[in-house]
Design a protein around this ligand. Structure first.
Ligand SMILES: *Cc1c(COP(=O)(O)O)cnc(C)c1O
Length: 429
């Protein structure tokens, strides 16, 4: 549940009027609700209290240092996918010894840095990578903790660009090859220590069934590896979906009562704990989107409107460089006016300033008939929003603020155009 709601006809984040944030910090600006993040985190910790679990937040979902620090202070570890993300963790005061490091193409400098920092475990995705880590560890006189990502070949029923657990994907090692690979590690790679097994079947899953199927499929292997190699953990990945369509309404407890089909943290935990508990291992969870997605909105302003031959357009000051999800994988974000409307709405495309036809935030959608100058909130933009943004079209990166009750804290200044170009070198001619 999140804390964005209309109060006296104005959309608020916790106790703060969003138009106040726009006045102070301008638009587009990402606004995060600190207490939503904390509440969701507590729900995770509470739902899994009966099991030996370690939560590692998937940093790529939203990697602002203030949010990482908040997580670190609550005892959360981190799932990282680059040396840069590890550097962020260290900067934010997180513990590298609580970090798992995933990704299919880790480079030698990244591997060295992770070994120096003493991360909890490398999550490896190929034999080639394992051999590289082994030789770097040998060179450094260390033993590298490793787990392999097993691809269970289970269809997550999510968008094809965010399905990761089938034969078609680049991720992991197929379940049919994993036993032979662990035997190879044990026999031939003395500078590796087999510490666990990992899987991650996809992102934005809204039903529990694919998770159950994957856990059931991989469990026997986990039990076997515990006996053979003494593995201490099984990471079952992230991927728990959030509410995009119905986001604003889902801020109330009633909505959750009326939508039992929507996977909640609790229903996810209740379905999996009975399957995981008998294994007697530490279970690692890697939530990203679920911890921050509904906790953030992108605050933007309507700049112009126009009637095309067949469509009505609302032009806003946020583009696909600020939030690329609609263009990249048909991501859906609800769009609400900051000042509540009572009109019956208008069928429109909500488009940004970027010179690409793919630069839309909504298409053929009935939205309140906002006028130029009015503020809008693009909901559920906390995950894969700012972290995927770019400066395409020479647009400086947006600002980010965090709300706590009635307090607003700037957690990233809006980039300046000078900063966008500062590393460019003009040629002499
Ligand atoms: C992206 C990612 C996650 C987090 O996925 P969400 O859908 O945001 O929960 C977890 N584990 C790995 C390996 C990932 O790549």
């Amino acid at each position: 549940m999140h804390q964005f709601a209309y109060k006296n006809g104005i959309l608020h984040c916790e106790d703060v009027d969003l138009s106040r944030i726009a006045e102070t910090y301008g638009t587009p600006t990402f606004v995060y609700s600190r207490n939503t993040i904390l509440a969701d985190l507590e729900e995770f910790q509470h739902a899994f209290a009966g099991l030996d679990t370690h939560i590692v937040y998937a940093v790529k979902a939203c990697s602002n240092g203030a949010i990482l620090r908040l997580m670190a202070q609550r005892g959360v570890g981190f799932d990282i996918v680059s040396g840069g993300e590890l550097w962020r963790i260290v900067r934010a005061g997180g513990d590298p010894a609580a970090c798992t490091y995933a990704g299919v193409a880790k480079t030698e400098p990244e591997i060295r840095y992770a070994l120096e920092c003493g991360i909890y475990c490398f999550i490896c995705e190929s034999e080639n990578e394992l051999r590289t880590i082994n030789s770097i560890a040998a060179d450094m006189g260390k033993q590298a903790p490793v787990a392999v990502r097993v691809n269970p070949n289970v269809d997550a029923h999510t968008h094809k660009y965010i399905t990761t657990g089938t034969h078609e994907n680049k991720f992991g090692v197929d379940i049919s090859r994993i036993e032979a690979l662990y035997a190879t590690i044990a026999a031939e790679l003395p500078h590796l220590r087999i510490r666990g097994l990992q899987m991650h079947i996809g992102s934005q899953l809204t039903e529990v069934h694919p998770f159950v199927a994957a856990v059931q499929k991989v469990s026997p292997l986990v039990a076997q590896f515990k006996n053979l190699y003494g593995i201490e953990f099984w990471s079952i990945g992230g991927g728990i979906g959030i509410v995009y369509d119905g986001c604003l309404a889902s801020g109330s407890a009633d909505w959750w009562r009326d939508h039992p089909e929507q996977m909640s943290i609790r229903s996810y935990a209740q379905a999996l704990i009975p399957l995981l508990k008998p294994l007697g291992l530490r279970i690692v969870l890697e939530p990203g989107r679920r911890l921050v997605g509904n906790a953030g909105v992108l605050l933007t302003r309507c700049v112009y409107e126009k009637n095309g031959e067949s469509k009505h357009f609302k032009m806003i000051d946020a583009g696909m460089n600020d939030i690329i999800r609609p263009a990249l994988y048909e991501g859906y974000h609800e769009i609400w006016p900051v000042r509540e409307h009572s009109d019956e709405g208008i069928l429109a495309d909500v488009v940004g300033p970027i010179c690409e036809s793919g630069d839309f935030q909504a298409q053929n959608r009935r939205i309140p008939d906002v006028k130029p100058g009015e503020l809008l909130a693009e909901m559920s933009a906390g995950a894969y929003g700012f972290s995927m943004s770019s400066t395409y079209n020479s647009r400086p990166l947006a600002a980010e603020v965090m709300v706590d009750g009635n307090k607003v804290t700037l957690i990233r200044r809006r980039q300046t155009i000078e900063q966008v170009v500062e590393d460019e070198i003009l040629s002499d001619e």
